[in-house]
Design a protein around this ligand. Structure first.
Ligand code: ADP
Length: 394
C-alpha cells in the first residue's frame, strides 16, 4: 500500500481560502465595529456636552434663585471662601468680595465655626449671631452644605431677627414697667389699710387715710383702663370698621366736661372750633385724644394759665391743637414725652393721677390712621401739642 498522495497545491489553496475568509471576516467585522465605536463615542460626547449644558443652566438658575432671595444668601467653597453673595447680602455688607473667608468678612468666630462644621460633617447648622452692619444686628444663620462633583459647597442664609428681638425686648420692658406701675399704688394701698386697722387712730387721720386709699384705687383704675386701651389698640390694628367721628364735637364736649376741674386747678379753658371736622376715629378714640391733651394742660400748666383747644380743617386733614401758656416742658424731657410711662415730673404726674401713658395713646391712635402727634414747648412759656389726622367726608 502506498502513502496517500498529498495534493500540495490543494493544501495551499485551502490555507489561502481560510486566510481569505478570515481577512474578509475581519474586514467585515471592522466595517461594522469601527463605526459603532465611533457612534458610541460621539453619543457619549453628546451626552457629556448635554449634561454640562444642563449643569450650567442649573447653576445659572441656582445663582439666579440665590440672587433673588429676599434675605442674605452666600455661597461658599469647601475651604470656606466666598463664591457669590446675593443682592441683599451686598446691600447689607458691601465689603463682601469673592474669595474672602467668612471670618475675614464678618470677624465672627461663631459664624465661621458653624460654616466649617457644616462643610466638615456635611450637616445642616442653625444658630443666632450678632453681626456688624449699620449697627449690631441679630441674625438667624442657617448653613446648608452639599456635594458638588468631588468637592463640597455650602449655602449660608442670614435672616434678620433684630426687629423680633427688639419687639421682644420692648414687650418684656413694657411688662416690667406695667408690673412696677401697678405695684406702687398697691403697696401704698396695703400700707394705708394696715394703718387703718389701728383702733386708736383719730377720726381726722382716718378720713385722710381713707381719702388717700381711694385716690390709690383711682390711680390703679386709670392705669388698668389705659393699659387695656393700649393693648386693644395693638391687638386690633387698622381702621375700626365704619368708624367716623367729629373731632370738633369731641373737643367741645371735653372742654365742657373739664371746665370745673380746670377751674379748680386755676386753669382757664378756651375752645376754638368752627363746624364739624370728621375723622376716621371711633367716638371713644376721638374723646380719648382730646381728653388726654386737655387734662394734661389742666394738670401741668399751673394756676393762672389758659389752655386753648383748637380744631381746624386744613387741606385734606384735620388738625387738633391744645396750647397752654403754662409751665412748659424742659427740653431734655420733650423728646421723650410720647414714650410709654415717661413723665417729665414723676411725682407731680402721680400725685395728679397721671399714668404716663396719655401721650403715647394719643400718638398711637394718630399713627394708626396715618396721622401724627407732635409737641413743642418752652419752659416757662407753655406747651402746644398738635395732632394731625386725615379728614373723612362729611
Ligand atoms: P401723664 O399720665 O403723666 O400725664 P402723659 O403721657 O400724658 O402722661 O404725659 C407725659 C408727661 O409729659 C407728663 O408726665 C408731663 O410731665 C408732660 N406733659 C404733658 N403735657 C404737658 C403740658 N401741657 N405741660 C407740661 N407738661 C406736660
Amino acid at each position: 500500500m502506498g502513502r496517500p498522495e498529498v495534493c500540495e497545491t490543494c493544501g495551499v489553496v485551502v490555507v489561502l481560502v481560510l486566510l481569505a475568509v478570515a481577512v474578509v471576516g475581519l474586514v467585515a467585522a471592522g466595517l461594522v465595529v469601527v463605526p459603532r465605536a465611533q457612534a458610541e463615542a460621539a453619543a457619549a460626547r453628546a451626552r457629556a456636552e448635554r449634561a454640562e449644558a444642563e449643569l450650567a443652566v442649573a447653576e445659572q438658575r441656582g445663582s439666579q434663585a440665590l440672587r433673588d432671595l429676599p434675605f442674605v444668601a452666600l455661597r461658599v467653597r469647601e475651604d470656606g471662601r466666598l463664591i457669590e453673595a446675593n443682592a441683599v447680602a451686598l446691600e447689607r455688607f458691601p465689603f463682601l468680595v469673592p474669595d474672602m473667608t467668612i471670618l475675614e468678612a464678618f470677624s465672627e468666630h461663631r459664624l465661621a465655626g458653624g460654616v466649617d462644621r457644616a462643610l466638615a460633617d456635611l450637616s445642616r447648622q442653625g444658630f443666632e449671631v450678632r453681626l456688624f452692619a449699620d449697627g449690631r444686628r441679630t441674625y438667624r444663620a442657617s448653613v446648608a452644605p452639599y456635594e458638588v462633583g468631588e468637592g463640597r459647597e455650602a449655602l449660608i442664609f442670614l435672616t434678620d431677627q433684630s426687629e423680633a428681638v427688639a419687639y421682644q425686648e420692648l414687650r418684656s420692658q413694657f411688662v416690667a414697667n406695667v408690673s412696677h406701675e401697678l405695684r406702687t399704688p398697691l403697696t401704698g394701698l396695703r400700707g394705708l389699710l394696715e394703718a387703718l386697722d389701728d383702733p386708736a387712730m383719730d377720726p381726722a387721720t382716718r378720713r385722710d387715710f381713707v381719702a388717700r386709699a381711694t385716690s390709690e384705687t383711682q390711680r390703679l383704675e386709670a392705669l388698668i383702663t389705659d393699659i387695656l386701651f393700649l393693648s386693644e389698640l395693638e391687638t386690633a390694628p387698622g381702621r375700626p370698621s365704619g368708624s367716623r367721628s367729629d373731632l370738633a364735637q369731641a373737643a367741645s364736649a371735653t372742654v365742657a366736661d373739664l371746665w370745673r376741674v380746670a377751674e379748680d386747678h386755676g386753669v382757664r379753658l378756651e375752645l376754638d372750633a368752627d363746624g364739624p371736622a370728621w375723622t376716621p376715629l371711633s367716638d371713644r378714640m376721638a374723646a380719648t385724644i382730646v381728653r388726654n391733651l386737655v387734662e394734661n394742660a389742666v394738670k401741668y400748666a399751673g394756676p393762672g394759665a389758659t389752655a386753648t383747644t383748637r380744631v381746624r380743617r386744613d387741606g385734606d386733614g384735620v388738625v387738633l391743637t391744645v396750647a397752654d401758656d403754662g409751665a412748659g416742658i424742659p427740653e431734655r424731657h420733650l423728646m421723650h414725652v410720647f414714650e410709654r410711662f415717661y413723665r417729665a415730673d414723676p411725682s407731680r404726674s402721680k400725685r395728679l393721677g397721671g399714668t404716663g401713658l396719655g401721650l403715647s395713646i394719643v400718638k398711637h391712635i394718630a399713627e394708626r390712621f396715618g396721622g401724627r402727634a407732635e409737641a413743642s414747648s418752652r419752659e416757662g412759656f407753655g406747651t402746644t401739642v398738635t395732632v394731625t389726622l386725615p379728614e373723612e367726608d362729611a
